[in-house]
Ligand binder design. Structure first.
Ligand code: ACM
Length: 754
């Protein structure tokens, strides 16, 4: 559509919704996650050149962590004998009295002008109080002076995790320590260490030296280059070998470092899939007995179980965690289907099929871990073919697996790709380092609610908590990990700790502004808020109004906008809280600072068109994995955003073939339809789009097709709008087809008809 022409021809109705700006007192504390109860008191505690630190004997070790508190100088922790009076000055770590109503997982932090007191029943809870105190110091401009406050605080969820994939790109131990430090400052208590995958085995296993002599090293430092160029491993010592591993001793060192900070390290050893590297080193464990053939262990070979049990024996020696993660995701069943040994197991054990075979393998591993006093966690594929009796499920393919598992009485950790996969883009991909795809801005992470409505009340206790995952295919350096993880992990921290009733996006954003100071002190290469704007619109069928919202990553920016197609100026209206339009048009917006525009002008065409709300018949069904708003999607007046997972892009595995019924013959002007391409996850443009018109729904007149001109070899995020000139045509029915030539996913946006 020629926007200026349309804009000139149309009039607009714009309504502003005003909300008061939140203001914050000078001396507020900016704690994330938001404590359960926080009461400001009068005065300040001022650190001097030496501050005494006192601790109950149970908390002596925890007190040592205060050495890492900036500006708190002390030599040795003074042990408080039982029954001794509370010191008059300094910092005291007190054990809660038996009759103190403080919960077992709670801490109390009191800062007064005389002293700082942290009280808890347990060291784990006390450590959370220390994290709060450290964080207060790191987030203040004047670190030596702490405002008086009374805090009582406890977590909403017991499991608060962050995962890191060190297989796709190996990262040094020193970086993992920094990662763990930051977890503890944000009260995340679980580090899920993804140690093995096709791109490299990362943990020393003494019984199987080939795992670290060979399977830990590959031909290219970049995962992408390696993946696209033969995927071969090389021996350690080869001048071009790239990779690495952690010795058992180094793993123990990290576990101890994390434990001191209240963090459990859970190892993940992938099985039965994502194991190309193991099978290259030990090809006898694959169905064909050959390297570089499959990703899956042969389940019909008893040597597989011997190997896995031996590996786990050493893993259990190193890792004291109750939970052990065995992967379980994305097993390709092709080799098992053709393998006589696997088929024999299916027959002998009366299993339904290859899903049953996967379930058989997981159940055996669960029994093994259970015998050793541990618990198995796996990705949600472990539900397929029947869940092992005592397994805990990590729900990653959305929430479905988690809902099913919790409702059937299994423990669950919520980690849906839609909200908690930190390998997705956090802003418009244009200008960003390449990532795997998807679009997950900070606000969306923050919006996550870990207990889905579909879980029965009595089963909600099975949601142990949440975790964000950091898959590192496109994170070749620790700097890039920093960039993708922060600040989104800070939003995760509040999702995991703070009850929904205490969460508030505006308040979070205000507190977050002080946390860049903390990240800077830890040398975190975080993603800074951009000046990009995201303009979204939805259509209200009842009022026939388009409702436009503009989101910014900046805190309380001055956004100016126009609705007449012109470039916003310093005199254009300031955006507050939404714009309503009763006609088509283009919203343009940009941030102003000191009277000048900063960043790019963003725009969104609002199409209040003829097809909105009309009946769409699918001659070819959309994919059940990406139904978006089902039959309403293509004509609901709402366009998709930057990701195909946003509920407005509809996915097709075959051709798109739909007929729209406009209810009566109408003089037409134009039809347009947008597609997306992102080749990484297999999303391609149609080869061409066709439109045919009819008045009776039986005989259609075809218009010239429009061919795609976006190369399939372009691996950046691309959009293309196919525009048909319909001037001079009258029709009631429009049949639209789009050719899915690449047989991957094809994603269609709104079909706009004028
Ligand atoms: C996964 O993302 N494959 C668990």
């Amino acid at each position: 559509m020629n926007t200026t022409k349309w804009a000139a021809a149309l009039s607009f109705a714009a309504t502003l919704y005003l909300t008061p700006q939140i203001t914050y007192a000078q001396d507020s504390l900016f704690i994330i996650p938001k404590p359960l109860v926080q009461l400001a008191k009068k005065g300040h505690y001022i650190y001097t050149t030496h501050t005494d630190v006192f601790a109950n004997p149970d908390f002596k070790e925890a007190a040592a962590l205060l050495k890492e508190h900036p500006y708190l100088k002390f030599e040795e922790v003074k042990i408080l004998k039982n029954g001794k009076h509370l010191p008059k000055q300094g910092v005291a770590l007190l054990k809660a009295a038996k009759d103190d109503p403080l919960a077992q997982d709670a801490y109390r932090l009191e800062i007064t002008p005389y002293r700082i007191v942290i009280t808890a029943h347990q060291p784990q809870a006390l450590l959370q109080g220390i994290s709060t105190l450290r964080q207060i110091a790191y987030t203040r401009k004047d670190t030596k002076s702490l405002p008086a406050v009374w805090i009582e605080d406890r977590p909403a969820f017991g499991y608060r995790g962050l995962m890191l994939d060190v297989s796709r790109h190996f990262l040094p131990l020193s970086f993992l320590k920094k990662y763990v430090d930051l977890l503890s400052i944000y009260k995340l208590n679980t580090f899920h260490w993804h140690l093995t995958d096709g791109a490299g085995w990362r943990l020393e296993i003494k019984k199987y030296p080939e795992l670290t002599r060979f399977a830990a090293w590959r031909t290219d430092a970049s995962w992408k280059n390696w993946w696209n160029n033969g995927r071969k491993y090389v021996e350690m010592g080869n001048p071009n070998a790239s990779g690495g591993f952690y010795t058992a001793e180094q793993a123990r060192e990290l576990i101890a470092y994390a434990a001191k900070r209240g963090i459990t390290v859970i190892p993940e050893i992938e099985m039965p899939a994502h194991s190309e590297e193991v099978l290259a080193a030990y090809p006898n464990l694959s169905c064909y007995g050959l390297p570089y053939k499959n990703s899956e262990f042969c389940i019909g070979n008893e040597d597989t179980f011997k190997f896995l049990e031996n590996v786990l024996d050493e893993v259990l020696e190193i890792f004291p965690s109750k939970y052990i993660h065995i992967g379980g995701d994305e097993a390709d069943k092709t080799a098992w289907k053709q393998c006589p040994k696997c088929q024999k197991v299916i027959k002998d054990f009366d299993l339904t099929d290859e899903h049953g075979l996967q379930s058989y393998a997981i159940k055996r591993m669960e029994a093994y871990l259970s015998k050793k006093g541990r618990k198995l966690i796996g990705w949600d594929e472990i539900l397929e073919g029947g869940l092992a009796p005592d397994a805990t499920v990590m729900s990653w393919r959305g929430e479905k697996g988690g809902i099913e598992a919790a409702n059937s009485g299994h423990d669950v950790i919520m980690t849906p790709g839609s909200h908690l996969y930190l390998d997705s883009y956090q802003t418009n991909p244009i200008g960003q380092p390449e990532s795997i795809g998807g679009y997950l801005p900070l606000k969306k992470v923050y919006s996550y609610q870990p207990i889905p409505a579909e879980i029965e009340l009595a089963k909600q206790k099975h949601i142990l908590g949440v975790q964000a995952n950091v898959w590192a295919e496109y994170m070749p350096t620790s700097n890039q990990v920093d960039y993708m993880v922060f600040p989104r992990a800070i939003a995760l921290s509040e999702v995991a700790w703070t009850p929904e009733s205490r969460k508030n996006w505006d308040d979070f954003q205000a507190r977050l502004q002080q946390h860049y100071r903390l990240l800077q002190q830890f040398n975190v290469n975080y993603y800074p808020p951009s000046n990009n704007l995201s303009i979204l619109s939805s259509f209200d069928m009842a009022s026939k109004l388009a409702r436009v919202t503009i989101n910014s990553e900046q805190f309380q920016p001055e956004i100016r906008y126009t609705i007449d197609g012109s470039i916003p100026t310093v005199n254009s209206p300031i955006y507050k809280d939404g714009i309503s339009l009763n006609h088509s048009g283009t919203v343009k917006a940009v941030i102003f600072k000191d009277q000048l525009p900063i960043g790019k002008v963003q725009e969104l065409e609002i199409d209040l068109h003829k097809a909105i709300g009309k009946k769409v018949t699918y001659n070819n069904k959309y994919s059940s994995n990406y139904p978006a708003q089902k039959e309403l999607t293509l004509v609901n007046g709402q366009t998709g955003d930057l990701t195909y997972g946003d509920g407005q892009w509809q996915g097709f595995l075959g051709d798109l073939d739909v007929t729209i019924d406009l209810e009566n013959p109408q003089a037409l002007q134009q039809l347009k339809m947008r597609y997306m391409q992102l080749t990484g996850p297999g999303v391609y443009m149609p080869a061409y789009v066709k439109v045919a018109l009819s008045n009776d729904g039986i005989s259609f007149k075809a218009l010239p097709q429009i061919d795609n001109d976006v190369p399939y070899t372009d691996d950046s995020l691309r959009f293309k709008t196919f525009i048909f000139d319909l001037k001079g045509h009258t029709a009631r029915y429009l049949r639209i087809t789009a050719k899915n030539e690449k047989k991957g996913f094809m994603f269609s946006d709104e079909i706009v008809v004028y």
